[in-house]
Design a protein around this ligand. Structure first.
Ligand code: ATP
Length: 696
């Protein structure tokens, strides 16, 4: 832990308690400066007396060589000495203000106004990153750094950040920073700026570590840094995932873990498979031993010895398999994973085929005897073969990468973290998918923290798009069960949304309308097959608030596919102000039908002809009235109605299925315990009886 973060010793707490509210407010306001001052005043037990920046020269030979504040670089006082990578451990503050007293400790001081004045003075002296603007001279002359193209690009990069980002990126490097910001808000850009600042302040690339959650995000960050400082420097940076960094650390200190650096890490699946594999091998071996023993060729000691010897062999086999699994071997022609099933034979066969192809195309056997002996014989052939394979594989890799450049990326939200694309499609943004709700004992679980996490995830997905974001949701599933859009969609500010899927919206509305508005005897007729069964029971009162049943009678005249076209046409125009009266809406629909019938390309002319013949009837009028009412309803209310309806149907489906299955033995036993003598006819009956008896 850095010294700055260390807890104050107990005796210091009395001083802290004496801080007045006003002082506390000033410290909070000037927190960073106060912290730096505290750090400077605190005795550094492992640090030598520190030089003042005025006389500081970076001395690469001195392992405690100092870091130089950005302000000095701008003044040019350091540039003339060139840059070297300080190897001083992080966390030691080497910056000295002219009025700081290195020998004194803060614990010696009273926390009085003089301290706070000192803090205020430092605050005024600190280069404000917000005001920071590179001057053109620096931009041109900054080439004293090892990275020739860095300064100009560095300044340009800083210019591209906003004030808050720039402040974070350029703030004094001896002060640790924690930046809290939402997805897509520019954290990586800030971190890139920070890394650039560190590089510019003389920290060597190999001494900078940047960690991300995914490999893709790490490579994105390296690319962004590389674009400013060049690929060579970016390559030396330690940018990687938390996992890879920790693994490297473990390998580096493997002996402390009692391992060699080549140790493997088995995930849960691999552990299981390895144990199963080892058990299988052991059983086989035991069987063999038993057979030998039956023939009295072996005694128990022999068996034990043999098992011991073989166990090493099994271990090797299991590990080899694991290694093979780790490196996917792909048949370039068929694209098939050769080691998918963990069987090394197909991969070996593939390599053998490769070898024979190579020998056939590069060496003639009759010539090879003489020629190759001169050039080193087999060794030469082997070397050429390896060169050939490696060249071919790099070409394959390059071409695959090129293919990927021009292809659509299919990925999960989790995998997309830290990445961006110009255009993003979020598919199936339906409630129950996001937030992903799990059913437990038939009830959907919704936990606050879980929903929050899902909301964050959805936000992550949305912020992957640089230019355009399309969010798609399904309105029905393959069983025609109505699906609701994700509840998070309505949280998107209206002015940012452009609704393109009016078909879907209106169809959803129509499906909903049809199921809620019709009288009990006829309502099932309008519902898609999957919903029909469960929808003939009584609907809850609040679902019957759309009283116009004639709308559904009107749609009844069409097939299910045709209904989508008809309802879309009505809903589309019902949204427009000019057609807010049923009569006007019908006229407009009539007009549109005529236009479409005249069009050579329109596909559904038969449906429109049928629709036209119905338009003059009362049912069409009521349907228009009904659609207008639906469109006028607030979206929240519509969503709520749809949700309630779906829950209702879900409940009914469960009840239907419970009604047609026998009561479980557990239910029967439970009822007996409650003193019930009635024999339940179904699970549903049993559960109702249990409720009744429990309430007695
Ligand atoms: N100051 C800025 N002005 C304009 N665009 C910016 C600014 N900062 C960042 N961006 C752009 O916003 C997008 C997201 O930035 P960045 O990747 O840094 O965010 P992030 O918070 O790291 O995202 P996440 O962690 O969710 O992947 C990028 O396209 C980046 O170029």
């Amino acid at each position: 832990m850095f010294k700055e973060n260390a807890r104050p010793p107990p005796e210091d707490r009395t001083t802290a308690a004496a801080i007045t509210d006003d002082q506390r407010a000033r410290i909070t306001r000037n927190f960073r400066a106060a912290k730096a001052l505290l750090a400077r005043k605190r005795p550094l037990d492992f640090s030598p007396p520190l030089p003042s920046p005025k006389c500081s020269v970076i001395d690469a030979s001195n392992p405690r060589s100092i870091r130089v504040p950005l302000s000095d670089i701008h003044n040019g006082s350091v540039l003339q000495h060139g840059f070297s990578t300080p190897v001083k451990p992080l966390g030691i503050c080497t910056f000295q203000a002219k009025d700081a007293t290195p020998s004194s400790s803060i614990f010696d001081d009273e926390l009085d106004d003089s301290f706070l004045e000192e803090v205020d003075t430092i605050c005024e002296q600190l280069p404000s990153a917000q005001k920071y603007k590179p001057n053109s001279e620096e931009g041109r002359n900054g080439g004293d750094l090892n990275f020739d193209s860095m300064p100009k690009k560095y300044y340009d990069y800083l210019q591209s950040l906003n004030d808050a980002q720039r402040e974070a990126a350029c703030s004094t490097i001896s002060i640790p920073l924690m930046i809290v910001a939402g997805p897509g808000s520019g954290k990586t850009s800030t971190m890139v700026g920070r890394v650039l600042t560190l590089l510019k302040e003389g920290i060597g690339p190999a001494n900078i570590l940047a960690m991300t959650f995914t490999t893709a995000a790490a490579s994105e960050m390296r690319d962004r840094i590389g674009a400013v400082v060049g690929k060579a420097v970016a390559k030396d940076l330690a940018v990687g995932t938390f996992h890879s960094f920790c693994l490297q650390l473990c390998r580096l200190h493997a002996e402390k873990l009692g391992r060699t650096a080549e140790f493997l890490i088995y995930g849960h699946g691999h552990q299981r498979r390895a144990v199963i594999e080892a058990m299988r091998l052991m059983t086989n071996e035991e069987k063999k031993m038993q057979e030998l023993k039956d023939r009295e060729e072996l005694n128990n000691d022999d068996i034990a010895q043999s098992l011991k010897v073989n166990s090493k062999k099994w271990l090797k086999v299991v590990i080899q398999k694991r290694l093979l699994e780790q490196r996917a071997i792909i048949d370039v022609e068929s694209g098939k994973y050769l080691n998918e099933d963990g069987d090394p034979r197909s991969a070996l066969q593939y390599l053998l085929d490769d070898a024979s192809n190579f020998l056939y195309s590069h060496y003639k056997f009759e010539d090879s005897k003489e020629g190759n002996e001169d050039e080193g014989g087999c060794v030469h052939i082997l070397k050429s073969f390896l060169d050939y394979i490696s060249m071919r594989e790099s070409e394959n890799f390059r071409s695959r990468r090129q293919d990927n450049d021009n292809s659509v990326m299919l990925t999960t939200i989790h995998q997309s973290k830290g990445l961006e694309w110009d255009i993003v499609f979020i598919i199936k943004a339906n409630d129950s998918e996001i937030p992903l709700l799990h059913e437990f004992n038939g009830a959907v679980q919704e936990r606050g923290a879980h929903i929050e996490e899902e909301r964050r995830l959805f936000y992550v997905a949305m912020t992957r798009a640089r230019k355009k974001l399309y969010i798609l949701y399904n309105i029905v599933d393959c069983n025609w069960k109505v699906l609701l859009p994700s509840r998070f969609l309505k949280e998107i500010p209206g002015h940012l949304v452009e609704l393109q899927g009016e078909t879907q919206a209106s169809v959803l509305g129509a499906l909903h309308d049809e199921s809620v508005a019709v009288p009990c005897d006829s309502k099932c007729a309008y519902l898609p097959e999957g919903i029909k069964d469960s929808s003939c029971e009584d609907l809850p009162d609040n679902l019957v608030e759309m009283p116009d049943s004639f709308g559904n009678d009107f749609l009844k005249s069409f097939s299910i596919d045709e209904r989508l076209i008809v309802s879309h046409l009505f809903h589309q125009w019902a949204k427009k102000r000019a057609f807010q009266h049923p009569k006007r809406l019908l006229d407009k629909v009539n007009l549109v039908i005529d236009e479409r019938l005249r069009s050579k390309t329109y596909k559904h002319k038969n449906t429109l002809r049928a629709l036209k013949s119905y338009l003059s009837g009362n049912e069409a009028f009521y349907y228009a009235q009904y659609v207008l009412r639906w469109e006028q309803m607030p979206i929240e209310r519509r969503t709520q109605l749809m949700r309630e309806k779906q829950e209702h149907f879900q409940k009914q489906r469960i009840e239907n299925s419970m009604g047609s299955t026998e009561a479980t033995s557990k239910q029967v036993a439970f009822l007996r315990n409650l003193g019930c003598t009635i024999v339940p006819t179904s699970r549903l009956h049993a559960s109702r009886l249990i409720e009744q008896y429990k309430s007695l």
